[in-house]
Write a protein that binds this ligand. Structure first.
Ligand code: TYD
Length: 213
């Protein structure tokens, strides 16, 4: 398929929702079946410098204020947009990003209680014209999420041990965000099998890409 315009796809969801796995699977699917011009990236991170910020932030020993964390996230995103996302948008690539702005709303606003307008104001400064074309939001309850996280072989980070109360604040935040941006977010039930979810995402992606070309 000829991709005439860049396409920016994001994955969002609570910890253990399977979004990172699904982002990788979609990347492989697109590369094999649609175009070689596709990249997979993530937030916080995605560039050498932003990955350093990520490591600082996710370190279990890190204990910083929500505002410090917010500015670190915004610094990481600014670098990510300027040096990577904009570059590939100009090249008309398909960009798949594991977490983006809706995570900021879910974690910094709905969880940490930071002022919404303040978040939007700062975000606008760095946002420029970068908006996801579509976001796949994978929803999962706390019980399922815990089972998934316990099965993981990779190290846990400081966000993986959230209480039920905090987890639900993030989850309900994401659900409210889905309501607000209905035409931009595809809500996926994360308690289905990996294959079922993968097929759902592949089909939806093809449908949107076909409608655009
Ligand atoms: P990540 O590796 O995406 O989580 P997991 O693989 O466990 O799903 O971890 C990134 C963490 O950063 C995650 O807990 C959410 C947090 N985060 C924010 O708080 N705000 C943001 O804007 C972003 C992008 C991430």
């Amino acid at each position: 398929m000829a991709i005439k315009k860049p396409f920016f796809i994001c994955f969002e969801g609570v910890e253990g929702s399977g979004k990172s796995t699904q982002a990788k699977l979609l990347y492989k699917f697109i590369k094999k079946n649609i175009t070689k011009n596709v990249i997979l990236t993530r937030e916080p991170g995605g560039t050498l410098f932003s990955e350093k910020i990520r490591n600082l932030m996710l370190d279990k020993k890190t204990n910083i204020s929500p505002l410090t964390e917010f500015f670190l996230l915004m610094a990481a995103r600014n670098e990510h947009i300027i040096t990577k996302i904009n570059f590939y948008l100009k090249k008309k690539f398909i960009i798949i990003c594991d977490r983006f702005f809706y995570s900021t709303l879910a974690y910094q606003h709905y969880l940490d209680g930071m002022n919404r307008k303040f978040i939007f104001d700062i975000q606008k400064k760095i946002y420029n014209k970068v908006h996801p074309d579509v976001t796949f939001l994978i929803d999962l309850n706390k019980k399922e999420s815990k089972i998934r996280i316990n099965k993981r072989s990779k190290k846990t980070n400081r966000f993986d041990k959230l209480s039920n109360y905090h987890f639900n604040k993030i989850r309900n935040g994401f659900l409210k965000i889905t309501e607000m941006y209905k035409n931009k977010i595809v809500l996926i039930k994360g308690n289905k099998s990996l294959n079922e979810i993968q097929n759902e995402i592949n089909k939806k992606t093809l449908k949107i890409l076909n409608a655009r070309s």
